[in-house]
Design a protein around this ligand. Structure first.
Ligand SMILES: Cc1cc2nc3c(=O)[nH]c(=O)nc-3n(C[C@H](O)[C@H](O)[C@H](O)COP(=O)(O)O)c2cc1C
Length: 146
């Protein structure tokens, strides 16, 4: 069983395309955290919960992989939290519990199609994370340790 998967790390700088091009800010987890994923953890889009510096726990979507649209050379774990933050959180501690898989990573013909796909991922994640089987993770002890 790969899921649920718990991970935490300091937020590092990605390529900063997230907010500019996509209107969807993402926080990148450091390389060690990416390298610690189980061997059979597929690349693709996932949903779960996340917190920043032991703060409130929010829903999140996460992209794991190579971002074919941008032809990245390094595998990344990028988390988009479904909450509007005042500031970005580079250097802060990000905790995530990954609960479900949505789809494989895809290449798109246009930025617009990528944006639409991400919007759809977010809508699906919102609905799924309200299910009783998942909601209990919001208060999991993993998020309580300071
Ligand atoms: C929910 C979600 C789904 C994504 N799906 C894809 C995808 O299917 N293909 C792709 O190339 N990139 C995908 N991305 C990654 C975006 O391309 C990425 O967030 C963008 O490159 C910003 O990266 P940066 O913060 O490192 O600049 C997805 C990102 C999120 C948050």
């Amino acid at each position: 069983m790969v899921l649920p998967h718990f991970a935490k790390g300091e937020v590092v700088k990605g390529f900063s395309r997230g907010s500019k091009d996509l209107g969807c800010p993402t926080a990148n987890l450091p390389e060690e955290v990416v390298n610690n994923l189980p061997k059979n953890f597929e690349t693709g889009v996932y949903y779960g919960f996340a917190s920043v510096d032991s703060g409130e726990v929010y829903k999140m979507v996460m992209s794991v992989g190579w971002n074919p649209f941008y032809k990245n050379e390094k595998k990344s774990m990028e988390v988009h939290i479904l909450h509007e933050f005042e500031q970005d959180f580079y250097g802060k501690e990000l905790r995530v519990v990954v609960l479900g898989y949505l789809r494989p990573e895809k290449n798109f013909n246009s930025l617009d199609d990528l944006i639409k796909a991400i919007r759809d991922d977010i809508n699906q994640a919102r609905l799924k994370l309200d299910l009783p089987e998942f909601i209990s993770y919001k208060t999991h002890k993993f998020f309580l340790d300071k």
